[in-house]
Design a protein around this ligand. Structure first.
Ligand code: SAH
Length: 322
């Protein structure tokens, strides 16, 4: 069966670029324009606590990878040429070192198994444990264990922006605002955030992603964890909002672009602090934080929390007013 090269067993072109942390966002943007299959960022990590936790290696270069279906040769070659040109411009204008664009063909089965070696059981925050479906884990009593198979979708839990969201979600849970709350995951990828919210007691949980592969992965991971996530392909706005809790792990540019619609999807408050719904905005590269803050302030949100890991920032925002 050959379903545009995106079905199981399809052949993909993998584009990868090794670059400094500072260049990750720009390189991700360029590769994501070329690739319909999503972009992932691999930060080198060391495992700690006998493989039960992963810590990023500060200062080590990251690898940005993107996948596009190889079935349409001409389109794929055009996309690669364009990405190479854009990276060339970036190298010309940027002082940060960027590696050469590497292109290789991968078969979906090989891709999936190659990833598995780099995906340990990970504890995030105090209680959240991401357990790849092919690994064993003996949970502690308080643990919230998420069984995950990312497949081709982004959201392995290794990316700092995902980890930051999970930590933010755990803070919300500690505040007592997750159980029984409605939640909305914008750009769900593997569904890691939506499924975690559901496991922490949020209901109903809704998710959208522009990528069909991500929607499939989100539904599969929800089923695997025996929770319900209403996932569909698309973006904002959705007509079943507003929601008590909104999770948006996107890049800064998209957060700014979608700020008004994101805010509209958060339940309004009555003007007093603590009365409104909350938004976790993640995927913010630190030098773009001021821009993102301005966009959300203009759209009526106030910042109630902030976390940072390496150069990535997550903002916890409240829609205090109407
Ligand atoms: N929530 C996951 C994945 C984040 S990656 C995690 O935290 O790990 C961002 C995801 O957003 C990708 O799957 C991408 O396909 C999706 N996306 C990008 N732009 C979007 C948009 N405008 N609307 C909805 N989803 C979008």
């Amino acid at each position: 069966m050959n379903d545009e090269g995106t079905s199981a067993g399809g052949t993909w072109l993998e584009l990868s670029v090794e670059c400094d942390q500072e260049a990750v966002e720009a390189v991700s943007e360029i590769l994501s324009r070329a690739a319909s299959g999503g972009v992932s960022v691999e930060q080198p990590f060391t495992t700690e606590q006998e493989g039960l936790a992963a810590a990023p290696v500060p200062g080590a270069p990251a690898t940005v990878r993107a996948y596009l279906p190889a079935i349409d040769r001409l389109a794929a070659e055009a996309a690669v040429t364009q990405a190479r040109e854009r990276l060339g411009h970036l190298t010309a204008f940027d002082l940060r070192p960027i590696g050469r664009l590497q292109v290789r063909e991968v078969h979906e089965e090989d891709w999936a198994s190659a990833w598995k070696q780099h995906f340990p059981v990970m504890r995030l925050g105090r209680r959240i444990v991401i357990k790849p479906t092919w690994r064993d884990y003996d949970p502690a009593p308080e643990d919230v264990v998420i069984a995950l198979d990312p497949g081709m979708a982004f959201g392995t839990g290794l990316h700092p922006t995902t980890r930051l969201c999970l930590v933010g979600l755990e803070h919300w849970s500690d505040e007592g605002i997750v159980a029984g709350a409605s939640a909305f995951d914008v750009g769900s990828g593997s569904g890691v955030l939506a499924v975690s919210a559901a496991l922490l007691g949020a209901a109903p949980v809704r998710a959208v992603d522009t990528d069909a592969i991500a929607v499939e992965a989100t539904l599969a991971n929800a089923a695997r964890n025996e929770v319900t996530v209403g996932a569909s392909q698309g973006s904002l706005p959705v007509d079943d909002g507003p929601f008590d809790l909104v999770l948006a792990n996107l890049v800064a540019g998209i957060l700014v672009e979608l700020a008004a619609e994101l805010v509209a999807s958060v339940r309004p408050g009555d003007g007093s602090p603590g009365s409104g719904g909350r938004l976790l905005a993640s995927g913010i590269f630190i030098d773009r934080e001021p821009e993102v803050r301005r966009a959300f302030a203009a759209a009526g949100l106030r910042v109630v929390g902030r976390e940072q890991e390496t150069d990535w920032v997550v903002l916890d925002l409240e829609r205090t007013g109407p």
